[in-house]
Design a protein around this ligand. Sequence first.
Ligand SMILES: [Zn+2]
Length: 267
Amino acid sequence: MKNVISILVVSLFILSCSTVPITGRKRINVVSDAQILPASFEQYAGFLKEHKISTNKKMTSEVQTVGMKISRAVDKFMRANDMISEANSYRWEFNLIDDETVNAWCMPGGKVVFYSGILPICDNTDGIAAVMGHEVAHAFAKHGQERMTSAYGQQLGGIAVAIGTDNKDPRTRQLWNTIYGIGSTVGMLAYSRTHETEADKLGMVFMIMAGYNPEEAINVWIRMSERAGGKSPPEFLSTHPSNQTRINNLRDYLPTAVAHAKKYSAQ
Ligand SMILES: [Zn+2]
């Protein structure tokens, strides 16, 4: 019996192995889009109902325009690269809320929230595109589903809780908040070092494809670093790239991102 279970577990993981497009990283994800997207859309709608949508028309429209352009670039990439089912099932949406926390996130299926507190760090349209590219990249690479997969290993039933569509259930809500960094003061650092670095790279490719200046991604992290007084929150030091590492990585990656964007835009 034990052997049967081991074989089942091993087969499940082999079946769940895939590669992140563009970066080529191998990942294990046991959560399908069909399972997670309805829950994601439900969580997002619940969040918007309980938070103050910005009345700043100019900034809202800017965030939405950037979001539309970047998601169009991602959609184009998906349709040209064997991700048709994703392209058909993602429901891109971009909202700005009135909240001074420095945060932004994207739930599975393309549901984005920008907090007004991150706009001074974005500073300009290209800066908004840098943060937007990064957040959209988390959804593109399905980082949330990977976190749910590991939550499954750590906490039996984690996935079952996460895909429950009852957004009033406090356990479901709590799990989503943890996975996406919602309600956290360090929300932008919700993911692991691997995921953050990957989202930085993919985000840069997508912002270039959408016609924005990728140099600004570097400047966003310089401003983030200045705001933090050169310090990262201590609890994240071991698992997250420091701002300086991020800035260096983005500088190093810039020529590769430009080459990728050129290639994928021509598809
Ligand atoms: Zn991130």
